[in-house]
Design a protein around this ligand. Structure first.
Ligand SMILES: [Zn+2]
Length: 436
């Protein structure tokens, strides 16, 4: 693109700026047909399109002051468009980027690009090429260090997903307002102020009253379920921590999330593995975990009968029983039942068939359970036929699919899967499920 840009700038038998833009895009796509699938390509071409809109037909800046003002104007017009594009492509914003670009753009554009050209021209003469590549290398390291330093001083902002489109739209409107020719200065100022006020007034969209959204995250061998109502956000389990130390939870949300309650069903690594990431990156108001756990959390014990109410829903633990100390660790799992009107959601952790029969069934009665996360990841140690038969009007059960006990599930796992699929009438799935 730089070579074509230089051709246009030379003015000799050269195409127009937009023709050059299309020509460069065509050449990139011909050379690498997969290029359109890379966000970097679109970010670059968007930036150049903004520069053409901003500067085509304008007189060339004069003197140092003229070039400094041109640089400021370029950043003023370019920064909001690029911020919107980066926000939509990567879900993050770099607040320091307009300031950093004031320094980086002249260094890259005026020094590194010409040095790079000379380096390639002299590719047949390594000594001569080295004279260009050595300072290029020095500058590249300097720019990289400056970028790393700025990211430390002003960290990246990862806004929640609901921010992305409204904020990107506001940024694009802002850019258009200042980019399009013929718009009166006063109008630009007034509409810019209006956009700022609109963004300041944005509020988190609340779920409608009487709604509960259950999301079973596919975190591999482990469990992580999120339940959201109008004002409540609750997690049941935190997913696994793998041998490498990687915790899938750390990739799910930007830092700074707030959870009203987190229930860690038991201490096993596939359920409690994400606790360190959760504590380091987010805020939890209340922890629940079974008595005698080894988590070291400021948790309240989940005991059968413990209940709280929020947003018209009743959140109740059905297990473990108070005298659970002698039970195996899986059977001490916190089992949570959420009742909203006539709808019920049941998450049983890794509780086994004995708990299902003697502890859960008597409390569940014969009523239907609408959403049920199958126990112990669909393992045959849970999901007893009598339990499945009693809750057989279950419409959806997830964990059978959400996490398998191994990469190749065995015959017993498939038997449990078939049991739930037959009872549910639909194939079990991890898709988000809304209760209204
Ligand atoms: Zn487990």
């Amino acid at each position: 693109m730089t070579a074509i840009g230089l051709w246009v700038a030379s003015g000799r038998h050269a195409p127009g700026w937009w023709q050059a833009w299309w020509l460069a895009l065509a050449l990139v796509v011909i050379a690498d047909p997969m290029a359109p699938w890379r966000p970097g390509v679109w970010l670059s071409f968007t930036a150049v399109a903004v520069l053409i809109l901003a500067w085509a037909g304008r007189p060339r800046p004069r003197g140092v002051r003229g070039w400094c003002l041109a640089l400021l104007r370029t950043q003023w017009l370019l920064a909001p468009v690029m911020a919107a594009a980066v926000l939509l492509a990567f879900g993050r914003l770099a607040p320091a980027s307009p300031l950093i670009n004031l320094l980086a753009v002249p260094v890259v554009g005026s020094l590194m690009v010409p040095l790079g050209f000379f380096g390639w021209l002299w590719v047949g003469w390594p000594t001569l090429a080295g004279w260009a590549w050595a300072p290029f290398d020095l500058l590249a390291r300097g720019v990289a260090a400056a970028l790393a330093w700025s990211a430390q001083v002003v960290p990246l902002w990862q806004p929640a997903a609901w921010w992305h489109w409204p904020l990107a739209l506001a940024l694009l409107l802002w850019a258009l307002l200042w980019l399009l020719p013929g718009v009166a200065f006063r109008l630009r100022v007034w509409f810019s102020a209006l956009l700022l006020v609109s963004v300041a007034l944005l509020r988190v969209p609340l779920l409608p009253p009487g709604t509960l959204v259950v999301t079973v995250y596919d975190v591999g061998q482990g469990q992580l379920v999120e339940l959201r109502s109008r004002h409540q956000r609750v997690l049941v389990d935190t997913g696994p921590r793998f041998g490498s130390g990687f915790m899938p939870l750390s990739l799910l949300w930007p830092p700074g999330q707030r959870f009203d309650a987190v229930v860690v069903s038991h201490s096993d690594r596939d359920h409690a593995g994400g606790v360190p990431a959760l504590r380091a990156r987010h805020r939890v108001n209340r922890w629940w975990a079974p008595r005698g756990n080894t988590l070291g959390l400021p948790s309240r014990p989940c005991v059968a009968g413990e209940t709280w109410q929020a947003d018209g829903a009743v959140w109740r633990f059905l297990s473990p029983p108070p005298e659970a100390a002698a039970l195996p660790r899986n059977d001490r799992s916190c089992v949570l039942l959420v009742t909203l009107g006539s709808r019920r959601v049941l998450i049983t952790g890794d509780a086994g068939v004995a708990i299902e029969r003697h502890q859960l069934l008597p409390q569940l009665g014969t009523g239907r359970v609408d959403v049920l996360v199958a126990g112990h990841h669909g393992s045959a140690t849970s999901s007893a036929p009598s339990f499945v038969a009693t809750t057989r009007r279950v419409r959806w059960s997830s964990a059978v699919v959400a996490a398998t006990p191994s990469a190749t599930p065995g015959r017993r796992w498939w038997r449990v899967f078939g049991r739930w699929a037959a009872a549910s009438g639909t194939p079990p799935t991890t898709a988000p499920y809304a209760l209204c």
